[in-house]
Design a protein around this ligand. Structure first.
Ligand code: MN
Length: 248
């Protein structure tokens, strides 16, 4: 095993050392000339750093404290779901895409076009959870949608109450791990879809507006097997201004 490992990794180590050696030599040379800051090497290093930074996918910043959604979502669940699960998806994605055809693409493009596999799974979950965590407010100003979103819900589902009923049924009835989404199609018509695992409606050309995560990690610490109770409670912390702003 050791021999195989050495054989497989030796060229990489050697290449890395050679590169470091060249950089050290070049940097030393530039320092010697006393124009380190203005050197071509530094400029190209800074440029490389800038490009690399642009390609990194980041955690959404929560607009509320980790305990602010209690008792609907506990601090412990936020600590694990946001702090551990989502962080892992972000880290995985940042480890997977550099050097691939997805290295310079935005999240939505990756989720819409990547083939099934690790890049798609992790990108999907970063997009899903970003939309999910940003759609909540501890004390929402409105208990239901207003304006254009309210009109579209009434038009396509009959009433807000009926929409909630249909959406809840989709979330509660989804088999296994996945997501229930409210989305708009290209004509503005609203649709409810069930997405398996880490998929997202952008894969079908839809614009996601509201998503309920029904992976057990999203509710098991607080509700154990009572998924329906968790879904019923979520409606009280939806920020309808945020959801409405996603409908273009
Ligand atoms: Mn989740």
């Amino acid at each position: 095993m050791l021999a195989i490992y050495t054989y497989l990794h030796a060229p990489c180590v050697l290449k890395q050392k050679t590169l470091e050696g060249r950089l050290n030599n070049l940097s030393a040379s530039a320092l010697y000339k006393n124009n380190f800051k203005n050197s071509t090497i530094m400029k190209s290093l800074l440029l490389t750093t800038s490009i690399f930074t642009l390609m990194m996918y980041e955690m959404p910043k929560l607009p509320y404290a980790n305990n602010a959604l209690e008792p609907v979502i506990s601090q412990q669940t936020i600590d694990f779901h946001y702090g551990k699960h989502l962080q892992t998806y972000v880290n995985n994605l940042n480890g997977l895409v550099p050097g691939t055809e997805f290295g310079n693409k935005d999240l939505v493009t990756i989720v819409a076009t990547a083939p099934d596999g690790a890049v798609f799974n992790n990108a999907g979950q970063v997009l899903n959870h970003t939309l999910y965590f940003l759609q909540f407010a501890p004390k929402p100003a409105k208990s239901e949608p207003t304006g254009k979103l309210a009109e579209a819900i009434n038009r396509d589902f009959g009433s807000f109450e009926n929409f909630k009923k249909e959406f809840s049924a989709a979330a509660v009835g989804l088999f296994g791990s996945g997501w229930a989404w409210l989305s708009a199609d290209k004509n503005g018509k609203l649709v409810i879809t069930k997405e398996a695992n880490g998929s997202n409606p952008v894969r079908a050309g839809l614009t996601p507006l509201l998503g309920f995560d029904v992976w057990e990690h999203s509710y098991y610490l607080d509700y154990q097997n009572r998924r329906a109770d968790h879904i019923a409670a979520l409606w009280s912390i939806i920020d309808w201004d945020v959801v409405g702003s996603r409908l273009k």
